[in-house]
Design a protein around this ligand. Structure first.
Ligand SMILES: CC(C)(COP(=O)(O)OP(=O)(O)OC[C@H]1O[C@@H](n2cnc3c(N)ncnc32)[C@H](O)[C@@H]1OP(=O)(O)O)[C@@H](O)C(=O)NCCC(=O)NCCS
Length: 97
């Protein structure tokens, strides 16, 4: 986003709208690799302790950046394992800082 338009809530609105769209389309779980000080305000929490392994290894120092949000009740705790990402994101360099 161009700097002049950052910090006005646009990113947050896009996240909220995206979550609404995913929920309406039947998505159960949403994963992000992002800033652990930012995404929790939109309902994300660390995914590794809940049993979800990232597609590529995340260094321990960044472990909290791998996050998940359930869009349906009773999903977390019933599934676990290594997450497979979309082909466009399936490159190891996208998962490193
Ligand atoms: C990241 C980005 C999409 C967020 O969109 P936005 O419209 O500016 O975000 P919002 O206005 O909804 O939220 C602003 C909050 O996000 C925080 N934030 C913005 N960029 C951030 C980042 N990269 N990491 C952590 N927090 C960030 C701001 O500090 C601000 O926090 P505050 O509410 O406590 O003051 C946008 O700022 C951007 O394009 N930045 C440049 C590129 C970038 O940093 N991308 C991230 C790559 S992982």
């Amino acid at each position: 986003m161009v700097p002049d338009f950052q910090g006005q809530g646009i990113g947050g609105q896009l996240i909220k709208r995206g979550l609404q769209w995913l929920s309406a389309s039947g998505t159960d779980l949403v994963f992000v690799l992002g800033h652990p000080g930012y995404y929790p305000r939109y309902g994300f929490q660390p995914a590794s302790p809940l049993g979800f392994e990232a597609p590529y290894p995340i260094p321990d120092k960044d472990a909290d950046a791998w996050m998940v949000q359930a869009l349906r009740p009773n999903v977390i705790g019933t599934v676990s394992g290594k997450v497979v990402c979309a082909d466009v994101l399936d490159r190891p360099e996208y998962w490193r800082e």
